[in-house]
Design a binder for this molecule. Structure first.
Ligand SMILES: Cc1cc2nc3c(=O)[nH]c(=O)nc-3n(C[C@H](O)[C@H](O)[C@H](O)COP(=O)(O)OP(=O)(O)OC[C@H]3O[C@@H](n4cnc5c(N)ncnc54)[C@H](O)[C@@H]3O)c2cc1C
Length: 354
């Protein structure tokens, strides 16, 4: 007999696994379809998150936390200013985070299909029919947690280009101050974005940057300048952001990068994905209880609520980007002379609202 699922999730990233974990815990029949063969791989993240991760996932294994960052050095040309944020920042093992959520979802009974790619779906009155490269599945609702180039979003006319950058990162040996990350700005470093050095300990750091094009060339140049070496990248991904118009339609919902739930200034998406995944899961549980999967219901119970939580942060980040990157390098140089006077304000800022 063909299995009917309550929720079919495309993508086993942080968003897909978190939704799978919550729904399966409540007894829903959940299927997750992932095009890659292993959870968390290939690697696509630096793993820098605020302490909010411990509030959202209080039972996270300690081994997921690799390092704690207490100081940020912001560098432009020969100017540097330093911030010591009041709240903690952690460097986490992103692969292990995805695994942690996957294992919990699996042990709750969520079913996973790896090496299988979503191709298209059709919504009928009483169900959604999902096709992949290997099969055909039916369910109550389809969740697009399939990242920046979401095929689910494209299938249902929800896809938006947004603004996107290609991110590349290597793990580089050297001598680092364990609790100090570096953020480098400048047209010659990473136009309209930045380069980062995020230590894992005093001997290893994640060194990367994001640009719209020629990313590898910029990375080589930056690494030679900063670390006097070049190490092949081990992490690659798309950073896409903007304010999406719509994230639901009948029996369909987008979450995570697929819904552009990403901080525009820093490109961080883990915390926003986790927050939105919880809202999505609660709305699906409510839809299941009410047997109502209409766009109207999902708008009221998912879209409206995630926007209340995240939209002001996204808008603030977009505005900050617009102001910051509209200046020429010379003006940014002047900013770097002035910004230290706002040190106290900046140190008290909520990292998740940038
Ligand atoms: C270089 C880089 C560094 C970053 N650093 C940070 C950081 O330090 N902190 C932070 O908070 N965020 C960071 N981010 C952003 C963060 O990685 C994302 O916001 C986060 O991964 C979003 O999770 P997600 O589950 O929505 O999407 P993803 O993690 O992209 O997961 C989507 C999943 O869907 C699968 N998929 C896609 N299409 C299909 C299909 N058709 N069929 C089946 N499966 C499919 C993919 O294989 C993937 O596993 C970084 C991003 C990059 C690129």
């Amino acid at each position: 007999m063909k299995m009917f699922y309550n929720a079919i999730i495309i993508g086993a990233g942080v968003a897909g696994n978190r939704v799978a974990e919550i729904l399966s815990k409540k007894g829903l029949r959940v299927l997750v379809v992932e095009e890659h063969l292993k959870v968390g791989l290939p690697k696509k993240c630096t793993g820098l998150v605020s302490q909010r991760i411990k509030e959202i996932l209080p039972n996270l294994d300690e081994e997921i936390f690799l390092n704690e960052i207490r100081v940020g050095s912001f560098i432009f040309g020969d100017k540097t200013f330093e911030l010591r944020p009041k709240t903690k920042l952690y460097v986490i093992d992103r692969v292990k985070l995805d695994h942690f959520l996957f294992e919990r979802a699996s042990s709750n009974g969520a079913e996973y299909k790896f090496g299988e790619r979503f191709t298209r779906a059709k919504v009928l009155n009483d169900r959604v029919i999902v096709e992949t490269t290997k099969g055909r599945y039916e369910g109550d609702i389809l969740i697009g947690a399939d990242g920046a180039f979401s095929t689910v979003a494209k299938n249902f006319g929800l896809f938006e280009e947004g603004e996107f950058f290609i991110g590349l990162q290597s793990t580089v040996k050297g001598n680092y101050e364990k609790d100090r990350m570096e953020i480098w700005f400048g047209e010659d470093i990473a136009p309209n974005f930045f380069a980062w050095v995020v230590p894992l300990d005093s001997k290893n750091a994640r060194v990367g940057l994001a640009t719209k094009k020629n990313t590898l060339l910029y990375l080589k140049k930056f690494m030679r300048k900063r670390t006097k070496t070049f190490v092949e990248p081990d992490t690659c991904g798309i950073i896409k952001f903007g304010l999406i118009k719509k994230t639901v339609s009948n029996r369909v919902l987008l979450v995570g990068d697929a819904a552009m739930q990403v901080k525009p200034f820093t490109g961080g998406g883990i915390i926003y994905s986790l927050i939105a995944s919880e809202v999505a899961s609660l709305s699906i549980l409510k839809a299941f209880k009410n047997k109502n999967y209409t766009e109207k219901f999902l708008t009221r119970n998912y879209e409206k609520i995630w926007r209340e939580k995240l939209e002001s942060g996204i808008r603030r980040g977009l505005m900050l980007r617009k102001i910051f990157y509209s200046f020429s390098d010379i003006s940014i140089y002047i900013w770097f002379s002035v910004i230290p006077y706002f040190k106290t304000i900046l140190e008290n800022i909520d990292y998740d609202l940038l």
